[in-house]
Ligand binder design. Structure first.
Ligand SMILES: *[C@@H]1O[C@H](CO)[C@@H](O)[C@H](O)[C@H]1NC(C)=O
Ligand SMILES: *[C@@H]1O[C@H](CO)[C@@H](O)[C@H](O)[C@H]1NC(C)=O
Ligand SMILES: *[C@@H]1O[C@H](CO)[C@@H](O)[C@H](O)[C@H]1NC(C)=O
Ligand SMILES: *[C@@H]1O[C@H](CO)[C@@H](O)[C@H](O)[C@H]1NC(C)=O
Length: 328
């Protein structure tokens, strides 16, 4: 008897839920749904709005461009902001302005926000949010899309987006512009939990005073970190695969930029910094009895000072880049 009542009740609840879901589906229908309001999402939204398309941007945080409130950790952008070019040609000037988004408002450009060649990242956040507000882009903040799936709806295939409150939206076109937002942690490395990541390290150089530090990675975030702590730490070692690629020689802007690479100078001039070619995927870490972190097995034939490597480091910092958020 009791079971029957329970069953009836749960069926009723289920029916109620289904009708609620149905209501939400019919309420929210967009041609274009964009996930993320970073530079890419904003730019897309601007042109969709201009073309009078029905679109919405879902942003999990309360502001646009929030990645740049935290990164780069030492707050200096790597993208060029050349305010003075001697030219009035907007196209020419844009070539020396790597931050601005496109729009028909010639005043809404990054050089109006900072005079610095490499601006502070906060200025970019301020710029992006002004851009979003100026054009009244249709951004729904505080909305984290946790699942995207494909469904049949009125004989058409649509994308179904579900947010953290289980609200559903149906879209014809789904655009994921979340960028590279998830720190890359290599799988299957013994003792990787002994390391700390670029995403959460202290940016106060005093915290590294007198320490021996090993940085994993030899890209811009690794060199940015190295540069920030090289005056306070004792020994600084860097491991990377395939050698350092300098933008000055490769001509690729994603390689290590001169603004970050002062440590190479001190390495080449035989001070206490060391760079080593080593495949991080083949490494492991153990804790020594005196609470230091040792890298092992020692597979490289590098020229890092062996006594430091043998006694272990005070800190091992992962600066191994970012990957796309794949779990939606
Ligand atoms: C912003 O830039 C434009 C185009 O270069 C310029 O005409 C304008 O005066 C600037 N505005 C401000 C507030 O700096
Ligand atoms: C262009 O952008 C600037 C800066 O946000 C703003 O002050 C100005 O009103 C805008 N101009 C137009 C025509 O919308
Ligand atoms: C990690 O280890 C697991 C189990 O040993 C294995 O199945 C997986 O393929 C490994 N992944 C990588 C990327 O090596
Ligand atoms: C950095 O750390 C030192 C030592 O712990 C502390 O005295 C100082 O206030 C910190 N500086 C900042 C800007 O937090």
């Amino acid at each position: 008897m009791k079971k029957n009542i329970l069953l009836t009740l749960s069926i009723l609840v289920l029916l109620e839920l289904l009708s609620m879901i149905q209501a939400q589906i019919t309420l929210k229908l967009y041609k274009y749904c964009i996930v993320g309001s970073g530079p890419g999402g904003l730019q897309m939204a601007y042109f969709l709005k201009k073309a009078n398309r029905k679109y919405i941007v879902f942003e999990k945080n309360k502001i646009s461009g929030s990645f740049f409130t935290h990164y780069p950790r030492h707050r200096q952008l790597l993208s060029v902001n050349k305010k003075f070019t001697g030219a009035k040609n907007a196209e020419f000037n844009l070539r020396h302005d790597w931050n601005s988004l496109l729009s028909d408002n010639a005043s809404l450009i990054m050089p109006n926000y900072s005079d610095k060649y490499y601006p502070h990242a906060d200025e970019l956040v301020r710029y992006l949010n002004d851009y979003a507000n100026q054009f009244k882009l249709n951004i729904q903040y505080d909305t984290n899309i946790v699942r995207i799936s494909r469904v049949h709806y009125k004989k058409k295939i649509k994308f179904k987006m579900m947010d953290q409150r289980n609200t559903l939206t149906l879209c014809d076109v789904a655009i994921v512009s979340t960028g590279l937002s998830v720190p890359y942690i290599p799988p299957n490395i013994t003792g990787i939990d002994l390391t700390e990541g670029y995403e959460s390290i202290s940016t106060n150089a005093s915290d590294y005073e007198g320490q021996s530090v090993l940085i994993l990675g030899q890209g811009n975030s690794a060199f940015e970190t190295a540069q920030a702590i090289s005056s306070t730490c004792n020994f600084l070692h860097m491991h990377g695969r395939g050698g350092v690629r300098l933008a000055t020689s490769t001509h690729y802007i994603g390689d290590v930029r001169a603004v970050n690479s002062k440590v190479i100078d001190s390495y080449q001039l035989k001070t206490l910094d060391g760079l080593n070619e080593q495949d991080i995927r083949k490494m492991g870490f153990v804790k020594t009895p005196d609470n230091r972190i040792k890298d092992c097995p020692k597979t490289s034939k590098g020229d890092l000072e062996d006594d430091i490597r043998n006694s272990g480091y005070d800190r091992v910092i992962r600066c191994l880049g970012f990957q796309v958020l794949l779990k939606i």
